[in-house]
Design a protein around this ligand. Sequence first.
Ligand SMILES: [Zn+2]
Length: 341
Amino acid sequence: MEEAPFPDYPLAELHAHLAASISAEVLWQIAHELGIKLPKKEFNEFRDYITLSPARRMKMETYFTKVYTPILDRLSSGTHAVEQATYHTMTGAYRKNNITLIELRNNPMKHNREAEFDLDHIIMAMLRGMERALLECPGLSAGLIFCMDRAASVEDNAIIVEKAIKYRSRGVVGIDVAGPATPEFKLSEYAWLFRRARRAGLHSTVHSGETAGTSDMWEALQYVTPERIGHGIRAAYDEPLMHELAAKGVVLEVCPMSNIATKAVKDMQEMKWILRTLIRNNVKFCINTDWPEMIEGCRLMRQFAMLRDAGLLTEGELAACNQTAFKSSFIPAPGGLDSYL
Ligand SMILES: [Zn+2]
């Protein structure tokens, strides 16, 4: 008898980056429409070149300099590319992975070819892509999160927040901070921007606690009080922090396969220990992809099945993670929360 598919319920994806959510086929198509030179001439070689897998793990910094910035960001830049990328990513998630709620994040400044394109045109193109997807997928809820960049200046990041506020009524639902730590970046200088965003009705999350220690998570809680934290897995090694997260009800957007592929954790055993420790300490978390198309086996349905089959989480725990994702989404539910669940 054939095994029943798992999971067989609609999923919510809260942590996926636009540039790493575009399928290799769509990237290939965009490159050929725009005549952009690629590092490989054969499609299969190109797909393998941009994809991480257990056999091809790479440190995050290396992947960023070799693949993410020069290929993924570049191919999803400009009004045509960014509209196609947003549209195909959202419709693909809905049709192929039973994702009925998707929050897709990006930094619009990474998609404007170093200011060659006007930022408002880039954002409008993303919104067009999202609206086309919503029109074609009546059961889908979608929203955009704009990411500030730790490598950028406070002035540039303030522009990102202003744009998020400007397009809030069109489907931008939150702000985020992403990118590796830099000596110049101080989250304490961003408290006012987060306050401003919150007053304008935006939600917030912060990438932290992914690789080195938990000081960035403590700072996030202290200065910008986000409702969710991107990754946050290092909290499992910091008991006082877990108490704080549980008490405040902060939800961790955990991305297990991404952490393994980028060597943020050693292996599945360490990931299992982290997830079990978070559960034991009542820290709420949901399962996400981060880079669904750039990591083999990372797509959400597959990842749910893998986490069950490898004994990291039970079916009941996975269903609870999915409920947590729907409940902590930044996208307002059309008919109240019950309409999602
Ligand atoms: Zn991320």
